[in-house]
Ligand binder design. Structure first.
Ligand code: CDP
Ligand code: CDP
Length: 231
């Protein structure tokens, strides 16, 4: 196998996937792939175009013709830099419905497979270990209590100058999205059988990163030792 290893990180909203995955990729020299940003970009495009969010044929057509580009720091769709717009409340509210559409998933998973062909990446989302890269060398399922995840989101909003969003509002919105993501029929949010679950409630970002980097290094050691033993 000449493919570089893949680290798959899944989990519910606010568990710390993006923050942790980005830094793990940086410290290991791997590519960071935020698959949630892809579903958000498509959702932005659907809202921008004015297509009804339940009009699957029209959405399928739109998605199959769109030009989606992800760099380490930017998301571009059809030439628009939507890096900040895809984090809006409207996109966040609609993304789970769009992400449940089979044509949208088929299109985006195809791009994810292309990006992962040579391996060497940290991919983060909801179905990476179960569906996108089921052969990933390292699979992590990040969790935290709903209270902690809402608190983190509130801190993020406060640091962006938005001080008026209540914890209970955030809890409800996060729970609704988790429910939609976990109960859809196609590639729902689910811990892969062979994923290592990390409950991050009482851990700092640095502690979570250290655990994942440690698992990666152990896996690498094992692989090189394994090849030393072969004739
Ligand atoms: O960062 P946050 O947890 O708020 O969400 P995200 O990772 O940006 O993902 C946004 C939405 O995209 C999720 O709520 C899912 O509906 C969808 N998604 C998905 O269906 N499959 C993925 N692999 C990643 C995201
Ligand atoms: O991508 P996901 O929705 O899973 O989470 P995120 O967008 O990375 O947001 C997680 C927030 O919680 C960030 O502000 C992190 O700094 C913070 N946090 C964390 O990710 N992990 C911890 N163990 C503690 C805090």
């Amino acid at each position: 196998k000449d493919r570089q290893p893949i680290v798959a990180i899944d989990g519910p909203a606010g568990a710390g996937k993006s923050t942790v995955a980005r830094k793990v990729a940086e410290s290991l020299g791997l590519i960071y792939l935020d698959t949630g940003a892809m579903y958000r970009a498509v959702t932005w495009l659907v809202l921008e175009t004015g297509i009804k969010t339940d009009d699957e044929p029209a959405i399928a057509e739109l998605v199959s013709q769109c030009d989606l580009k992800l760099t380490n720091s930017q998301v571009l769709i059809d030439g628009h830099d939507v890096t900040s717009q895809i984090r809006s409340w409207e996109v966040t509210d609609r993304v789970s419905a769009i992400a449940a559409l089979p044509s949208v998933r088929r299109f985006l998973v195809e791009i994810q497979h292309q990006m992962g062909q040579k391996g060497g990446l940290v991919a983060e989302g909801r179905d990476i270990g179960t569906n996108v890269f089921p052969d990933a060398e390292i699979k992590i399922f990040l969790t935290a209590s709903i209270q902690e995840r809402a608190r983190r989101r509130q801190q993020d909003l406060i640091s962006q100058g938005q001080t008026e969003v209540s914890l209970s509002e955030l809890e409800l919105a996060i729970e609704k999205r988790d429910r939609q993501d976990s109960t859809r029929s196609l590639a729902p949010l689910l811990k892969a059988d062979d994923a290592i679950e990390i409950d991050t409630d009482k851990l700092t970002v640095e502690e979570v990163i250290a655990q994942i980097v440690g698992l990666y290094r152990k896996n690498q050691e094992y692989r090189t030792q394994g090849s030393d033993l072969s004739p």
